[in-house]
Write a protein that binds this ligand. Sequence first.
Ligand SMILES: C[S@@+](CC[C@H](N)C(=O)[O-])C[C@H]1O[C@@H](n2cnc3c(N)ncnc32)[C@H](O)[C@@H]1O
Length: 236
Amino acid sequence: MASGAARYDGHSEWYDEHHGPVHRPAEELAFLREALGTGHGQVCVDLACGTGLWAQPLAEAGYRAAGFDISADQLRFARRRHAAVARADICSLPVRDESVSVVVGMFFHTDLEDFAGALREVARCLRPRGRFVYAGMHPCFLGPFVNRTSEAAEHRLEFLPGYGRVGWANRGSGDGTGLGSRVGFHHKTLASFLGAILTSGLQVRDVREFASTGVILPRNIGLVAEKPEISWAPRR
Ligand SMILES: C[S@@+](CC[C@H](N)C(=O)[O-])C[C@H]1O[C@@H](n2cnc3c(N)ncnc32)[C@H](O)[C@@H]1O
């Protein structure tokens, strides 16, 4: 699947019902709130904002959030939650260089091939000392190489071959949510996930692992990265 394809178009009703604000995971929400601090009315970018699941905590923390997503269908919902939204590819944002202090990205690295391109764009838009706050599926513990559907009931999970294969997968996240089979799933190893952050020039300041609904292994990962005062990453 092409990275720019709006794969969520036609699935947003379902997505918002199953992943909307009432399903916001608690640990990730607490992490986001902690990482955000207080916005004092500053603008913050919500990257790949989807239906605007995180709009409320961003507003409560005192940010004026601008949400960007490639799916017009997702933005139908996000428009009701965010003060401002626009349809854009996150690898080419309509945002001025070094103009924002905080960029938030939640649960999108498995939805596009070019995570590194998105992070280069984050680094371009952030002011020096600006923060990127991200949470998403843990590359080691959710993906086409794992079956976690029996985890809660039987305290058992199964690892299958395929962890090392970066790319679009036929199977989804392996937890039975059905999202991957609807919209596709781009698996990244931990090295390719972290490598994308490192090559952007952003400096990782904090890493967390979230159990979420997992009872054996974590399901999600969170990190905070900062744009250094003097950037070394090559400009495009
Ligand atoms: C799993 S959803 C996450 C949405 C939201 N952040 C959340 O936590 O609910 C992934 C989102 O990434 C968007 N997306 C995928 N590739 C994109 C791209 N290249 N540019 C902008 N948005 C993209 C999809 O349209 C989808 O809304």
